[in-house]
Design a protein around this ligand. Structure first.
Ligand code: NCD
Length: 341
């Protein structure tokens, strides 16, 4: 894939060598994300960060990643603050905003909307989540985390088994991650969800066609017994017609330390794209796991900045110039060592 000037809309665009390239550039970003060094390689560049759906970490992660490369960020958050409420089409918004920005990140509730926007944009567009469709940068940061966690255990991505748990029908992160895992060999995926919330057939079929051993389950404990990674997700309440309908599925598959100890292999890695729903009737990932060293959820969020820095550097064609515009930090650095302990 030629990254320069490319829109990043779907995992379908990626081959394994493209993922390797993103991860290699992300590795080089670590001194900058840890504030050991500063780079100004994107000085003068502007990111238009447009989030038309709730977001904390993805929006701030994209913005921080761009700032860490020396660029500036302009943001729109929420429909109510944008001209879309005045009836402007996404295409017109794209034509306008791409005149102000060098690259745009966008989240929108409608599947396919980010691709439509990109088609009218004069600058590269990165998909920050288009409805229940895809969330490609999340899948890349998830796989980058998996790679790091498993490298610490002497394992590769090839040969892993992964349990995906929760609202697999509406969860765009698992849609993208399922596609991404399909690029690797001897992968086993156990899909654990209520019957009504299974992973879309088209994705299951494409994973199987790529050689992934996919099984479908509607119970938790036996299904997580022999996997390397459990990837829990939230019931995507905003995709249901009512809160009452979402309530039917909330709290069905809860992972806590007691279940982990009883059923999981020792050192099974625990992941979640976040936010985890901490309300009592949901609680899919209990806070009693917070002291478990295999809980990787905050390493995922830290890694997200590295991966997004890499994507910006590749799309704007500065990946090989980052160190040429670098200097040492001047201020007290509280984050000396690794990303989250
Ligand atoms: C996810 C999303 O928005 O799809 N969050 C995120 O970007 N990390 C998952 C979710 O909201 O449940």
């Amino acid at each position: 894939m030629n990254f320069t000037g490319a829109h990043i809309l779907s995992i379908n665009q990626f081959q394994r060598e493209d993922v390797d390239r993103v991860f290699a550039v992300a590795d080089n970003m670590e001194p900058y994300a840890l504030r050991k060094r500063v780079t100004r390689v994107l000085e003068g560049a502007i990111l238009g960060n447009m989030f038309f759906e709730a977001s904390t970490r993805t929006r701030v992660s994209f913005g921080s990643a761009f700032n860490l490369l020396g660029g500036e960020v302009r943001e729109t958050a929420g429909f109510e603050n944008s001209a879309l409420v005045k009836g402007e089409s996404l295409q017109d918004t794209a034509r306008v905003l791409s005149g102000f920005s060098d690259v745009i990140c966008m989240r929108h509730p409608q599947p396919g909307s980010v691709a439509d926007f990109a088609a009218a944009s004069r600058v590269p567009v990165l998909n920050g989540g288009d409805g229940a469709n895809e969330h490609p940068t999340q899948a890349l940061l998830d796989l980058y985390t998996i790679r790091k966690e498993m490298a610490d255990k002497g394992r590769d991505i090839d040969g892993l088994s992964v349990a995906m748990i929760g609202d697999l029908r509406h969860g765009r992160t698992v849609h993208s991650l399922g596609k991404l895992l399909s690029l690797y060999k001897n992968i086993r995926v156990v899909l654990i969800s209520p019957k009504e919330l299974t992973l879309p057939d088209s994705i299951v079929e494409s994973m199987r066609a790529a050689g992934v051993d996919v099984s479908i389950s509607h119970e938790l404990t036996q299904s997580i017994a022999a996997v390397d990674i459990v990837y829990s997700t939230r019931i995507q309440e905003e995709r249901f017609s009512s809160k009452q309908e979402a309530d039917l599925y909330r709290g069905k598959f809860r992972l806590n330390q007691a279940i982990y100890t009883q059923y999981c292999q020792p050192n099974t890695v625990i992941m979640h794209p976040l936010p985890r729903d901490s309300r009592a009737d949901a609680n899919e990932l209990d806070s009693d796991l917070d002291d478990n060293p295999n809980l990787a959820i905050f390493r995922q969020t830290d890694n997200g900045v590295l991966v997004r820095m890499a994507l910006f550097a590749l799309v704007l064609n500065v990946a090989d110039k980052v160190d040429d515009f670098a200097y040492e930090v001047r201020w007290y650095n509280a984050r000396q060592n690794r990303i989250t302990p």
